[in-house]
Design a protein around this ligand. Structure first.
Ligand code: NDP
Length: 312
């Protein structure tokens, strides 16, 4: 098993498009990067289905396949991978100190944070305890279990539209519950949803309560315009209401906006020299695989230039 050196040159946290692109560039610059991936190697793209807008794939590509290819590409140039949870990052002095969940720690001259973002949940009672028992934030992971059943997707953005469309492969009916009377999703995705006979729109509505104890048996829905309640008989609820950045590790060390996104300047630099942030961790506007990959590339170049200037 690969272990970190006591002093690494470039350490990358996260293995989505940003982290893997940073790894490819740093490895090709002969910086022998160490990439630490956490619970979801490959990042959010491994929970999507087909990616149709990544340049170079005329017919689209499956998210997991794309991430697998990027991993092999990073490996080919000498990236070392370890799977661990980072419990602490000390950015107060250089080299930075990284502590892992098995208690080991090591130092690194530069650090590239590409820890991405995670799905948000509604925050209503029983939601967390019913994850895996009817509640999910990943259609690709769990859609299979709802063959011929009636299910609901919550949200009105591209993720909700994509998940609802994907779920029609399995489900009998997909109710798309949105809190307004207009979708936020792109026109192309909207058309797909609105023209799919298996998707039924539930406009101006919010989930008030999840019905069922050991498993989901229905949802109590509130119409936000009329304040009327209705019961929807569904066995699954897929939450697709956006994401929050995985930035807790860096709280107090760098500047963040009110939502927790790391603030970068001049490319991917933070206020700590030698520490760079890329991908969804610092981008709440574009949040695309291709933009994440672009900022990953920038982080590796920023780290390389920093190391060159340090070594004079
Ligand atoms: P968005 O932030 O775009 O959309 C979130 C949706 O959830 C909105 O419709 C919002 O409602 C709703 N929502 C938010 N909070 C709540 C809540 N507490 N209760 C109920 N509803 C809520 O997130 P997405 O994950 O959909 O998309 C993120 C980015 O990724 C976007 O830029 C999108 O274009 C991109 N994307 C692109 C894809 C592709 O090109 N294939 C696929 C998936 C995502 P409201 O509209 O009222 O604010």
């Amino acid at each position: 098993m690969i272990k970190p050196e006591s002093l690494e040159t470039v350490t990358i946290l996260g293995s989505g498009p940003a982290g893997l692109t940073a790894a490819i560039y740093a490895a090709r610059a002969d910086l022998k990067p160490l990439l630490i991936h956490g619970g979801q190697p490959g990042g959010q793209l491994t929970t999507t289905t087909e990616v149709e807008n990544f340049p170079g794939f005329e017919k689209g590509v499956m998210g997991p396949e794309l991430m697998d290819a990027c991993t092999k590409q990073a490996e080919r140039f000498g990236t070392r991978f370890i799977q661990a949870t980072v419990t602490k990052v000390d950015l107060t002095k250089r080299p930075f100190r990284i502590t892992l969940d098995n208690g080991t720690s090591f130092e690194t001259k530069t650090l590239i944070a590409a820890t991405g973002a995670s799905a948000k949940y509604l925050g209503i009672p029983k939601e967390q305890s019913l994850i895996g028992k009817g509640v999910s934030a990943c259609a690709t992971c769990d859609g299979f279990f709802f063959r011929n059943q009636d299910i609901a997707v919550i949200g009105g953005g591209d993720t909700a539209a994509e998940e609802a469309t994907f779920l029609t492969k399995f489900a009998k009916t997909v109710y798309l519950i949105h809190r307004r009377d207009e979708l936020r999703a792109s026109k192309a995705m909207q058309n797909r949803v609105l023209n799919n006979p298996k998707i039924k729109m539930v406009w101006d509505s919010a989930v008030e309560e999840i019905l069922g104890d050991g498993e989901v048996v229905g949802l109590k829905i509130k119409n936000l315009k009329t304040n009327e309640f209705t019961k929807l008989d569904v066995t699954g609820m897929f939450v697709a209401i956006g994401h929050k950045p995985n930035s807790d590790l860096f709280k107090g060390s760098v500047d963040m906006d009110e939502l927790g996104y790391i603030i970068t300047h001049d490319g991917t630099k933070t206020k700590v020299p030698g520490f760079y942030a890329c991908g969804d961790l610092q981008d709440h506007i574009y949040r695309q695989a291709v933009t994440a990959a672009g900022t990953g590339c920038m982080s590796a170049l920023d780290a390389e230039r920093f190391l060159q200037s340090e070594e004079g």
